[in-house]
Ligand binder design. Structure first.
Ligand SMILES: Cc1cc2nc3c(=O)[nH]c(=O)nc-3n(C[C@H](O)[C@H](O)[C@H](O)COP(=O)(O)OP(=O)(O)OC[C@H]3O[C@@H](n4cnc5c(N)ncnc54)[C@H](O)[C@@H]3O)c2cc1C
Length: 261
């Protein structure tokens, strides 16, 4: 893990309220694994007081890419960051997706800005059977992250209002895909809103499919000190709580107590 002052290479709008930020970050680029995240100090001083966590969405050469959606004070400030700006960043942090024991088809399921860590994951799965399912509220929220465009992944899009692709939640696409897959080995990797993850965890449990989820919980320090990112563990874990920053943010779905998540 490094704490560095990093030069911003670009910060461009790619969809409604959604931006792609590029950082010149050779050390993080050289070590980050899909599913890991960085903690960004939005600006010098104490307002906002806390760093904000963002998944590494991709790495090209020495450049680390972050995809972010404007939801509040910190991300609104980020919109005005320009090329040449310097940001204080901690990372890479957390535990990422486990792919070494994985065989068969990879189903990546992202909801909204939850597609970010899955883009990085997809970039490391080239040559495997990968299907990327993305869900957005409307076509205005949909985007294609350039470094992966044209890489040959099968991408299916769902929108809540039907303005692009399948009409309905992305979990509908997942159900169809799982029906088509039948008995062939498949693994699911997901990131997005809580309700989406809960549904995916239930689907995978009933079909006995390995499923890893990246949890975007509210997070204070990112280092395991403040314990603000606690999630209740399922009965199979020895600990009552798991911490998204140090035990995750990626977990096998069966580790989480979904009844209270
Ligand atoms: C490991 C991890 C990886 C993440 N990766 C990304 C990413 O790649 N791209 C991205 O856009 N966001 C990501 N997030 C979420 C991101 O950190 C928050 O959206 C951001 O911190 C909000 O900051 P803010 O100051 O703009 O919002 P605030 O002013 O702090 O909050 C505004 C609103 O957003 C809600 N909010 C704050 N944090 C979160 C959160 N973690 N999840 C859901 N709602 C939240 C608050 O409850 C509030 O309603 C990630 C979070 C975690 C824990």
């Amino acid at each position: 893990m490094f704490e560095e002052r990093l030069k911003v290479l670009f910060n461009k709008k790619i969809a409604s309220d959604t931006y792609c930020l590029g950082l010149e970050a050779p050390k993080i680029a050289g070590t980050a694994k899909p599913g890991q995240f960085v903690m960004v100090r939005i600006r010098p001083g104490y307002d906002p007081l806390l760093r904000r966590p963002f998944s590494v969405a991709g790495v090209t050469g020495d450049t680390v890419h972050i995809l972010y959606r404007v939801v509040g004070k910190g991300t609104a400030i980020m919109v005005d960051i320009h090329e040449g700006h310097v940001l204080d960043v901690l990372g890479p942090l957390g535990k990422g997706f486990v792919t070494d024991k994985q065989g068969g088809k990879c189903l990546l399921v992202g909801g909204g800005i939850g597609v970010a860590p899955l883009y990085f994951l997809a970039s490391t799965l080239e040559g495997k059977d990968v299907e990327f399912l993305m869900g957005f509220r409307t076509s205005q929220d949909f985007f294609v992250y350039e470094p992966l465009a044209g890489k040959g992944f099968r991408v299916s899009v769902a929108t809540d209002d039907g303005s692009k692709g399948y009409t309905g939640p992305v979990t509908g696409l997942l159900e169809t895909s799982l029906e088509r897959t039948e008995a062939a080995p498949v693994s699911v990797f997901a990131c997005g809103p809580k309700a989406m993850l809960r549904r995916i965890a239930a689907l995978c449990k009933s079909s006995k499919i390995p499923c890893q989820v990246s949890l975007e919980t509210t997070m204070g320090c990112g280092l395991g000190a403040c314990l603000g990112c606690a999630v209740q563990a399922s009965f199979r874990e020895r600990e009552r709580y798991l911490y998204a920053c140090k035990d995750g943010p990626v977990f096998f779905a069966e580790s989480i107590d979904w009844s209270v998540f």
